[in-house]
Design a protein. Structure first.
Length: 142
C-alpha cells in the first residue's frame, strides 16, 4: 500500500509531576479524519487520501502526557481513493487492510518520536526497552 508522505503537525508534551512509584503508561493511536488532496507529479495531477491521526501517551497517575498529531498521505488508483473517501463520508469507516497499514505506519513513527520526547523530558520510555539479565556466577567473556 503506497504511503508517500508522513508529516507531524503537532507535538505537545506536558510534564505535570516528577515520575515516582509505579507508573502506568497508556499509548493510543486513532484515526481522526480523512481528506482528499491533489498531488502534482510533473505535468500530471493525482488525488491522494490524507489520513489524519492522533497518538496519545498518558503517564498515570497524572505524571505527564504526550500528544502527536500527524498526516499520512496515501496514494492509490483514483477509483480506489474515491471509494475510500465515499466510505469515510458515508459511515466513518475504512477498509481493514488499509486501516492496518495506516495505523502501523503511524505507530512506527509516533512510537519513535514519543521515545525521543520522553528522553528529552526525563520521563520513562513509553515503550518497554529490552533489559539484560545476568545470572549469578556468570563471568564476562574476553
Amino acid at each position: 500500500m503506497p504511503i508517500v508522505g508522513f508529516n507531524f503537525n503537532k507535538m505537545n508534551v506536558e510534564k505535570l509531576s516528577s515520575p515516582k512509584g509505579k507508573i502506568s503508561i497508556n499509548n493510543n493511536v486513532a484515526l481522526k479524519d480523512i481528506t482528499e488532496q491533489e498531488l502534482n507529479f510533473g505535468k500530471t495531477k493525482q488525488k491522494a487520501a490524507v489520513f489524519h491521526v492522533e497518538f496519545t501517551c498518558d503517564y498515570e497517575p497524572k505524571i505527564a502526557n504526550i500528544l502527536l498529531v500527524a498526516e499520512i498521505v496515501f496514494l492509490e488508483d483514483p477509483k480506489h481513493i474515491k471509494s475510500i473517501m465515499d466510505q469515510w463520508k458515508k459511515d466513518k469507516t475504512v477498509d481493514k487492510n488499509i486501516m492496518t497499514v495506516i495505523l502501523n505506519s503511524a505507530l512506527a513513527k509516533c512510537n519513535i518520536q514519543s521515545m525521543i520526547i520522553s528522553k528529552d523530558m526525563n520521563l520513562p520510555s513509553p515503550i518497554p526497552l529490552p533489559k539484560v539479565g545476568v545470572k549469578e556466577g556468570t563471568a564476562a567473556k574476553k
